[in-house]
Write a protein that binds this ligand. Sequence first.
Ligand code: NA7
Length: 546
Amino acid sequence: MPMTFDAIVVGAGFAGLYALYRLRARGYTVCVLEAEAGIGGTWYRNRYPGARCDIESLQYSYSFSDEVQQAWTWTERYASQPEILRYIRYVADRFDLHRDIRLNARVTAATFDENRCRWAIETEAGPCYDAAFCIMATGCLSIPIVPEIPGLAAFAGDLYRTADWPHDGVDFSGRRVGIVGTGSSGIQTIPIVARAADRLTVFQRTANYVIPAHNRPLAPAEQAEWKRNYEARRAAARRTRNNALMEHNSRPGAGMTPAEREEIFEARWRLGGLTFSYGFPDQATDRRVNEAAADFVRRKIAGTVRDPETARKLMPRDHPVGSKRLCVDTGYFETFNRPNVRLVDLRDEPLLAVEPEGVRTERALYPLDALILATGFDAMTGALRRIDPKGRGGRSLSEKWNVRPSTLLGLAVAGFPNLFIVTGPGSPSVLSNMVTSAEQNVDWIADCLDYLRANGFAAIEARQEAEDAWFGEVAAASARTLLPEGDSWYVGANVPGKPRVYMPYLGGVPAYLDACGKAAADDYCAFALTPADAAAGEARAASEAV
Ligand code: NA7
């Protein structure tokens, strides 16, 4: 017999844990199914050396409980993975969440029963679950990609993935190490591994724009000042494009002289981090301004990396700034001045294969004792496509998203009643502060469930025409920018066969919050609602027919 709940939540990361907290507080029976052996989601899995958040810790944290906000002390401007995981466990303990979480419970199937208006959810471990609502808190970056490099399986050394790092860490001392991938994960790992390894070879396919984090300890006075003003800061953050307070500049760069722009870039570089994205309101839309930002970063690289040839290879030239996620580093470019580090540009010498002894490019064999893959994720749709929920009429979500990953507000999909996604494609998600955006999505879902309960509805389903309209809005917002141009995970370009669609909503958090608020205030008229009586009648008819 399946175990019965009002809601099943899939995933015990920031989003899933908050969904459990919120729905339980509203009186729903909830069970969280988590594939891994521990809670934390992204922050459980990404344990690689140097793993760190690129949103400031005072903001990348739950806002729902002022008690937690006041009680928790962050040690650094940008929190490291171990500290974030400690924080997540602290919150789970504090709100007694563990008792409703099943670990090692990877969801393998989710099927909607139209007659009963309920989801049947199966797990790898065996038990089945039955719930009125299925809430997918499966994360945007939770399915790591292992590229199809010939010979990889035959590598005689040790193979590591940044997204699935050994719990006990790895000692690279005295070893020849290679790393494939220079996105955020690679860029954080490389400086740390370089300090330990005998020799580190970095295999780079695309050079990236990398901005210094200027990470630092958080001074007690600075933190206390934040805590005194937390509520106002959180409210102000919600009015920004990405749900995070950063130094936004409202003066367009297009009308400025190169010298004026340079001054602003320089100030941003000194501030560090993702603030560089917000140097100018037209940096993502005006090619000249964007190119000026790109040129600025290239000159910084030239001024940091001593070997001119290595510096040249590290300079990104083939995509606009921000079209791949800006990387935030600590000592990345400086690492290439170390005598034990070399850069292999796979554009100059393509990677042919992994051999038992190392990596072979068109030019040479690079002997290695260990190889690290920092090769990215099947982002935003990957986790859901693997579960492949079956909705009305047995329709597969994966097949639907093979055409295009459309949703209504990133929260719901036509044909999949009572299925909710937290920070799904079509929401600001990865372009925003994920923690507070997840909270907002969960609050919206909780309010929606209350509405259904209060008004006697058994099911809610996005209308196809509303989903199409929202998909159009998402596409229009990205089309106004240069950002779809990069071959990034934002557009699915890193997964062969994935439709090329800029998945996050680029219209900004305030516009998104307005749209979500309007959908609820309009009595969910963008959704079809099934009265509980009708659902009960259908179920009776179905059971009599059997
Ligand atoms: P990313 O940003 O997708 O980076 C993956 C990197 O791996 C990137 O440099 C890729 O090069 C490279 N890659 C992928 N496949 C290959 C093959 N087959 N050969 C060589 N190089 C390859 O993933 P991350 O984990 O670093 O970061 C993901 C997000 O997590 C990040 O944006 C933050 O939001 C946190 P490419 O650029 O495709 O040429």
